[in-house]
Design a protein around this ligand. Sequence first.
Ligand code: KG4
Ligand code: ZN
Length: 342
Amino acid sequence: MKSPILTLGIETSCDETAAAVYHSEHGLLSSSLYSQIELHKNFGGVVPELASRSQLEKINGVVLEALERAHVSLDDVTTIAVTNRPGLPGSLLVGICFAKALAWAKNKKIIGINHLEGHAFSTGIEHNIQFPYLCLTASGGHTSLYLIQDFGQYTVLGQTQDDAAGEAFDKIAKLMHLPYPGGPVIEKMAREVNFQDFYHYPRSKHKTLDFSFSGLKTAVLYDLVQRNAYDLKNKRFLKTDDIQFQKEVASSLLVCIADIFEQKLELALNAYPYVKAITFVGGVACNNYITDRLRTFSTKHNVPFFHPSRIHCTDNAAMIAFVGNYKVQKELFVDFTLDIGT
Ligand code: KG4
Ligand code: ZN
């Protein structure tokens, strides 16, 4: 009988310091996280230098907390799985150096994990999903559509050619002087006007599975200018007191992005009608309006729909430990030359 595998996952690719413990038979034992949202709030986005310094301060405590919550010690851990790409170089380096130091000191094996593979398989932490399935990943840094054939086996069907969907929420929120991250605020405001489409921002006309969100940001900006809501010369939003207007923009943007997602999934389903499920992952999958729309869409097409719980949508180490667990079975270990990748 095979002995169980205990994987410690470490995630430091951007502005979250996270660690988790995954047991090959009992599943997820713990997941700890420190979010830097407060640190970057005033800058309207992540400041890389601040992010890596904070990673360094927090990593020791977060890893200890994950081990304690799992009621295990480092000696019990078989393998350390650490995100090594893509992400902010300084932040990634903190996690990799920490993982390598632990592995060296305690004679553990290490595995480098692609952050996007973490997101793509994150639904598997809580759900047993049949392969093959379509996975839409939408976060602050990435927007991609995958055909997932098996654990660790996937094909990129389409991806954003410029900005990510979460970035569109963040940048348009910033235009209106709304706080960072923009997604949750935009969803809250849109709900207050019942998710109506007031301004009909342009949808993608291209019949490919790639995405583009920078054009949408520009379209919203010029629409604001036309409505005398934005002073382009001085880069100033002029309707800071008009909350109703802000809600209308937020709602129109949210409906537009949900429409774009639905349109791309429709194209993908036509091309791959044999898929057994559709999943929606990444920070933007915290959005209840979009998940409801995609669930309705999937039900209409008789395809089961899954998304992770909120804590596993945004960056976390549970997804890294989960992917690490199946990579251990395939013995995809790396040595101490493990470095950050793109
Ligand atoms: O996955 P994540 O934590 O980090 C990256 O890997 O980027 O995603 C963060 C992104 C941000 O752009 C944020 O605005 C977006 O997820 N987000 C949302 C919501 N909650 C977070 N977008 C739309 N609606 C939400 N409720
Ligand atoms: Zn992410």
